[in-house]
Structures are given as C-alpha cells and as structure tokens.
Design a protein around this ligand. Sequence first.
Ligand SMILES: NC(=O)c1ccc[n+]([C@@H]2O[C@H](COP(=O)([O-])OP(=O)(O)OC[C@H]3O[C@@H](n4cnc5c(N)ncnc54)[C@H](O)[C@@H]3O)[C@@H](O)[C@H]2O)c1
Ligand SMILES: O=c1ccn([C@@H]2O[C@H](COP(=O)(O)OP(=O)(O)O[C@H]3OC[C@@H](O)[C@H](O)[C@H]3O)[C@@H](O)[C@H]2O)c(=O)[nH]1
Length: 390
Amino acid sequence: MASERVDLDGNLIKSITICMIGAGGFIGSHLCEKLMSETPHKVLAVDVYNDKIKHLLEPSASGELPWADRIQFHRLNIKNDSRLEGLIKMADLTINLAAICTPADYNTRPLDTIYSNFIDALPVVKYCSENSKRLIHFSTCEVYGKTIGCFLPKDSPLRQDPAYYVLSEDASPCIFGPIEKQRWSYACAKQLIERLIYAEGAENGLEFTIVRPFNWIGPRMDFIPGIDGPSEGVPRVLACFSNNLLRREPLKLVDGGQSQRTFIYIKDAIEAVLLMIENPARANGQIFNVGNPNNEVTVKQLAEMMTQVYSKVSGESSLETPTIDVSSKEFYGEGYDDSDKRIPDMTIINRQLGWNPKTSLWDLLESTLTYQHRTYAEAIKKAISKPVAS
Ligand SMILES: NC(=O)c1ccc[n+]([C@@H]2O[C@H](COP(=O)([O-])OP(=O)(O)OC[C@H]3O[C@@H](n4cnc5c(N)ncnc54)[C@H](O)[C@@H]3O)[C@@H](O)[C@H]2O)c1
Ligand SMILES: O=c1ccn([C@@H]2O[C@H](COP(=O)(O)OP(=O)(O)O[C@H]3OC[C@@H](O)[C@H](O)[C@H]3O)[C@@H](O)[C@H]2O)c(=O)[nH]1
C-alpha cells in the first residue's frame, strides 16, 4: 500500500528518514502519529520529553507496535548535545519544532525565549546547510505582529478592507511593539531565524521550507495546570479555557477578550505539513501560512463557544457567570502586548500545494473538548476533593 503513494506531480514517493526536533510536543506528536500510520517514512524523534508520543514508542496491551522499526526516540537537549549533528546527518530531512512558544513566557522569561527561538536553532540551520540536508523550520504567525488596520481610527471604514488586515507571506510588514513590551521577544527571535534561513538559502543553497502556524489547536496541546506539565507556567488559551471548564471556574478574558484569532484543527494542519514533506520541489524556498481563515472569532466568542460545547460533551450545566474580565498586567505581568487580528492569506499554499483546511471551529472544539473531558475530568475531580494541607 505505502509503496504506491504518489506526490502531487504523480511521482512515486520514496521512503525517507526525518530528524524531528521537538517531536514530543503538541505538533510533533500529531506529525509522528500521521507519519507512522499513513506513510513508510522513518522518524528520529528528538526531544527532552516523550510523554505525548509514548503510545507510538511502546507496544499496546496486545503487544502490537506495527511501526516499531520506523521510530526511535532520542532524549536530548539541542542546547548542548553533540549528538545532534550526527542525527541530522543520518536523516534526509530535518523538521525543527523545538521552541518556547507559550505567550506567558515571552515577557517573563525573555532571555530563555530568545535563546530557545533563535540561538538554539542556529546549530540546526548550520548542520543542515553544511551537510546539504533539507530543513522544514517552524516559525509563527506572530512574525506579522499587529495588523496595519489597528493603527487606523476605530471608526475608519478602511478597517473593513482586507488590504489592512490579511497577512501575506510576501507582502505584509512585520509590526512589533516597543522593546519594553517584551511580548515581542518571541516574534522577533522567530523573525531573525527566518531571515537567517532565507539567507542560507540565497547564499549557500540551503533547501528550506518555513511554516507559519496560525493557532493550531487540538488534543494534547500544552498541559492542564496542576494535573500534568510543568509545576508552574500558563499554557495557551485552549488549555487555559479547558482547565477553567474542567474545574467549573469562569474563563478569564484578558483585557475583555477583544483580540481576534483564526483557529485551525491540528489534523487539518498536519495534512499541510505532510504535503510539504512529500513535495519538496513545490515546498522548497517557500514560506507558508498554515491556518483557517474561515474560523475567526474574538477570544470572548471562543470562550462562549467552548462553554456551550463543553456543556454538550460533559452533560454539565454552564456556570451562571461563565466568563470574567482580567487585565493583561494581572494575567501575564508587565510587558505583555497582543496581536489584534490574524487572517492568513492562503494564496501561496493553495498555489503550491493545493491545500485547504476543512474543519469548522464548532466541530474541532467538539472533538477536542471530548478528549479533554475524557482525559482529565476524573483527575481534576480527585485533585479538587483532596484536603488542602494546612
Ligand atoms: N501550536 C501552534 O499553534 C503554533 C503556532 C505558531 C508557531 N508554532 C511553532 O511550532 C513549533 C511547535 O509548537 P508546539 O505547539 O508543538 O509546541 P510544544 O511546546 O508542544 O512543542 C515544542 C517541543 O519542543 C521541545 N523542546 C523545546 N526546547 C528543546 C530543546 N532545547 N531540546 C529538545 N527539545 C526541545 C519541547 O520539549 C516540546 O516538546 C514551535 O516552534 C512553535 O513556535 C506553533
Ligand atoms: O486564559 C486566557 C488565555 C489567553 N487569553 C487570550 O487569548 C488569546 C490567544 O492566546 P494564546 O495563548 O493562544 O496565544 P496567542 O494566539 O496570543 O499566541 C500564540 O500564537 C502563535 C504561536 O506562535 C504561539 O503558540 C503563541 O505565541 C490572546 O489574546 C490572549 O490574551 C485569554 O483571554 N485568556
């Protein structure tokens, strides 16, 4: 079955080895799952954690692990491990997903954020370039920063004109706030590594693809505070709101929840990444927005929809006061700032890969919150019922 797979130009797809750095994270776990279940490719999975891919590494109760010889886990920190170059050399393609990418860290741990997103990615780029290996690097939609439209007067009709808010890879500027707004440390580090990769392509012939994800969400995203993940830290909005719903607490709307986002189901987005992996001639040298422009909501609307969906999947009534407003300073601390609106231009990914997202926001929340409820509801009940130590 697998040997008959063809690419978008009708050529047979050869089996390759992929060095996937950050394979144990949210996106990495879904990409590994897809590669194991639907392709013949091999994965050298690099991460400091493997909890989210354990099910792919260990045989199930029935003793089966059909892809056992196609995935290997290498526990290493790319900051300081000499094994990295060897793994990149063994692979045909490197995919770099490793990063600190939770906004609560950008203004409170700006040095770690800059090191993780720029300095630590440098050797990966260098080894790929020096060894003539293809690189797919994960950047972010945050490189666009704010829209041009947000600087117009509130009542300007131009705010409705897509030219003032649609984010295009080859045309939109990157607009960040001042340096003291340390929120932008992440976006700025990601922008610089993109420029470096682009320059390696231009000057040294590096074959690269840059991915700019627009709020990919789904099962296994981040962690539920107090249940799994780090003992401190604030996850991204999906996990924050899931945690509130599971604990029957009001959802916190930062500065009123007026910012807008487009959310895409992780499984749709992974289809796009697989097309990039298997169609190098169409993906090399490209920067791709990967998002769902049809799933736009304000954060307040997201909270309302998640409340409705959670009530449906859990069978529990919603709270009388389902949301509360909180200031960004209180929630994230000094130096927070926000992207106002994120609509991806889909022209380039449509032209190169013919890809489009499929899943509506309601449907993706329904499957994701069903997973959250099934995975965490019992653990949360236990945690809540434990007497607090005096
Ligand atoms: N999820 C999204 O919507 C989204 C949006 C924009 C950009 N991105 C980018 O996509 C990439 C993956 O994001 P994600 O959502 O899967 O995040 P994630 O935090 O779930 O995954 C990142 C993984 O990288 C690993 N890692 C970090 N530093 C490492 C190091 N020094 N050595 C080894 N492993 C290390 C982490 O342990 C983690 O498992 C990141 O580069 C992120 O900036 C994601
Ligand atoms: O409990 C919460 C959490 C978050 N929020 C708000 O929800 C919005 C989305 O927050 P997220 O935590 O998902 O993060 P953002 O969309 O701002 O950034 C993300 O975008 C792309 C990636 O690079 C990163 O994964 C991350 O930087 C923000 O406006 C935030 O202020 C709340 O109102 N309440």
